[in-house]
Design a protein around this ligand. Structure first.
Ligand code: PGA
Length: 241
């Protein structure tokens, strides 16, 4: 596991965007695994700049997002579908037919989850997966628990995640309590993984993770210790606490 410590959020974001830029230049029809949340916004902004000012070409790129809330419409301002368009897809030359985000309103969620994993495999698998990390060590919506899901699944969110997400909603009642998320196995299949973390709130989870001596389902990110190509990019606050 490679750890890169950057001075601040801006430098963390640029580092991640530059790695992705190089990967797209190497393989224009790359499959990217994308994340939502506050953490990757700066990286998306830098990728948009690289597209607009340096011609970074997304026309052949395919993307798979990690997760979506259950029961929320795609055009709801708090849906991850909306987020991805608003923050990234609307500003680059990606073909929207090549962008995939789990459907939080799938009629038959169980078979839908299997189809999502199958589709990733059919597209050749994720080349580079971007991840954030929860304060509780979750990756995507794989929350700390006795057991973790291998494949894409419907999951209940923990109270701490619901509270962390509530900042985007008008009231606690509106915050979704379940989500559809790629499983730990789906994530671990990616050829290369980049995990981003910034700010003091992430320091505890990052410290545990980079200690690197134990895996536990109670720190889902620790499963990444079993992967052979993981880069963690953090700012000084997330690194030092
Ligand atoms: P954040 O969320 O980027 O909004 O902090 C990360 C996560 O919960 O995975």
């Amino acid at each position: 596991m490679k750890v890169i410590v950057k001075k601040d959020y801006e430098n963390m974001s640029k580092e991640a965007a530059n790695i992705i830029k190089k990967e797209i230049e190497k393989k224009p029809d790359i499959v990217l695994g994308l994340a939502t949340g506050s953490t990757p916004i700066g990286m998306y902004e830098e990728l948009i700049r690289l597209h607009k000012e340096e011609g970074l070409d997304f026309s052949k790129v395919t993307t798979f997002n990690l997760d979506e809330y259950v029961g929320i419409d795609k055009d709801h301002p708090n849906s991850y579908h909306y987020f991805m368009k608003d923050v990234f897809f609307d500003h680059i030359n990606i073909d929207m037919d090549n962008t995939f985000i789990p459907d939080g309103k799938a009629e038959d969620p169980e078979s839908y989850c299997k189809e999502y994993d199958k589709l990733i495999d059919e597209k050749g698998g994720v080349d580079v997966q971007i991840l954030g990390i929860g304060e509780n060590g979750h990756i995507a919506f794989n929350e700390p628990a006795e057991k973790l899901n291998v494949g894409t699944s419907i999951v209940k969110l923990t109270q701490s995640t619901i509270e962390a997400n509530s900042r985007f909603f008008d009231s606690m009642d509106e915050v979704p309590k379940t989500a559809i998320t790629m499983g730990i196995g789906s994530i671990m299949k990616a050829k290369k993984i980049i995990l981003l973390a910034n700010g003091k709130k992430k320091a505890k989870a990052i410290k545990e993770l980079i200690k690197g001596d134990k895996i536990t389902t109670y720190l889902p990110a620790s499963m990444l210790l079993l992967h052979s190509d993981v880069t963690i990019i953090v700012d000084e606050e997330a690194y030092n606490g």
